[in-house]
Ligand binder design. Structure first.
Ligand code: CP3
Length: 356
């Protein structure tokens, strides 16, 4: 059968019974894999790798070929969209991303262009098309973007930040300009994600990596509201494509996130999976949530902790196994194999209908 809608991953997102829990890993294409490091060296830099559809396709497929994960994720970055707005993205060795032209005033916000997904980020859409052609028929492809708040932290701070002081100052002191920035990013993100679906993405994910840094009020007013704006637009443009919202440190907002109308929620490791499930009920599927640090231990500890996550979620459909955040560069690739085998061996999640 080659009806991808019947894949374990897409069935789990619809909370339909399946014979086992699907698994993929955030940052599954990355530096822990020697074949990734080789392709990256060939490309010369991360940005050249992400900007080259053939090479982006190659690294997207590497973890699928090695482990047979139940979903692939487009190889790109959440900062490609602000890069397309002309901020000048760069990566300093060992220091992470930076923007040459950060956005720090209302005038700079109002001058931001609205990128056209096909002409300004055509290489991303070309990568999606190429990956879809080369992936196994039954392996769904996840397209993604960052949340407006998380992307804005990099745009405002000019790079990574520990306390997000400049970004928070803008939200607090210039709320109207900050709202215009969130709306602009939400509209650009919805168009960017819609284009990924048209190019062949089977599901979408939004990374709100820094949502947990906001007070509850600022979270609702800026991060949640702008993600809601994206969900509403995607429900118009691609209502059949499931969307996962991942908010790191956002466990306290789980019910609000489940009420946005998304299909699934990514859960980080600071929450108990069973408790997360009780709180969202049957509104959404849940994805997660093994602590990435577990992957640095031993095969025995990895198998034990993975089973804890599976048992905490419990019987029944609607679970996608993942880490609670991205895999770290130092992980032994053999450890990922142990994780995949543990989850695969864990048994049925519903009435056991077989995928053929
Ligand atoms: O998950 C995947 O395998 C798909 C590809 C992907 C990357 N970044 C590739 C990448 C995805 C989904 C992202 C998302 C991303 N990027 C987020 C949100 C998710 C999260 O981890 O919280 C954030 C905050 C970024 C911004 C970013 N990109 C940072 C801070 C850095 C530098 C730190 C680091 O990990 O090196 C990047 C670079 C980056 N993006 C790398 C990869 C594989 C490493 C680049 C390299 O090869 O040197």
């Amino acid at each position: 059968m080659t009806d991808r809608s019947q894949s374990l991953f897409l069935r789990a997102l619809r909370r339909e019974p399946a014979e086992r829990t699907p698994i993929w890993m955030m940052r599954q294409a990355g530096r822990y894999l020697p074949e990734y490091r080789a392709t990256r060296a060939k490309a010369g830099s991360f940005l050249k790798l992400a900007g080259n559809p053939e090479l982006a396709c190659e690294v997207t497929l590497q973890p699928i070929e090695r482990y047979g994960f139940d979903a692939a994720i487009l190889f790109s970055d959440i900062l490609i969209l602000p890069h397309a707005m002309g901020l000048g993205l760069g990566f300093a060795t060992g220091e992470g991303p930076y923007f040459e032209r950060p956005v720090q005033s209302p005038a700079a916000i109002d001058a931001l262009p609205m990128p056209d997904p096909e002409s300004d980020t055509g290489y991303v859409m070309d990568a999606v098309r190429l990956i879809r052609t080369n992936l196994p028929e039954m392996t769904p492809l996840i397209g993604f973007a960052g949340s407006p708040w998380t992307v804005a932290t990099y745009m405002i701070e000019g790079g990574s930040s520990k306390d997000f002081a400049t970004a928070k100052k803008l939200m607090l002191a210039e709320p109207e300009a900050a709202h215009r920035l969130m709306n602009h990013l939400a509209d650009a993100t919805a168009a960017y994600l819609t284009a990924q679906v048209r190019a062949g993405a089977d599901a979408l994910m939004i990374f709100d990596s820094w949502g947990g840094a906001l007070s509850p009020r600022l979270y609702r007013e800026f991060s949640l509201a702008s993600q809601q704006r994206i969900v509403d637009q995607l429900n118009q443009t691609c209502p059949d494509t499931p969307l996962i919202l991942f908010g790191k440190g956002c466990g306290q907002h789980l019910e609000l996130l489940a009420d946005t109308g998304c299909a699934g929620l990514g859960v980080d490791w600071t929450m108990d999976m069973g408790e997360a499930r009780r709180r969202v009920g049957d509104r959404v599927a849940l994805q997660g949530n093994l602590d990435p640090a577990v992957m640095l231990t031993t095969p025995e500890v990895i198998a034990r902790e993975a089973r804890r996550v599976l048992e905490s979620f419990g019987e029944g459909p609607g679970h996608i196994f993942n880490l609670g955040h991205g895999i770290t560069p130092g992980v032994d690739p053999e450890h990922v194999q142990v994780l995949v085998e543990t989850v695969r061996g864990h048994g049925e999640t519903g009435d056991g209908r077989r995928e053929t």
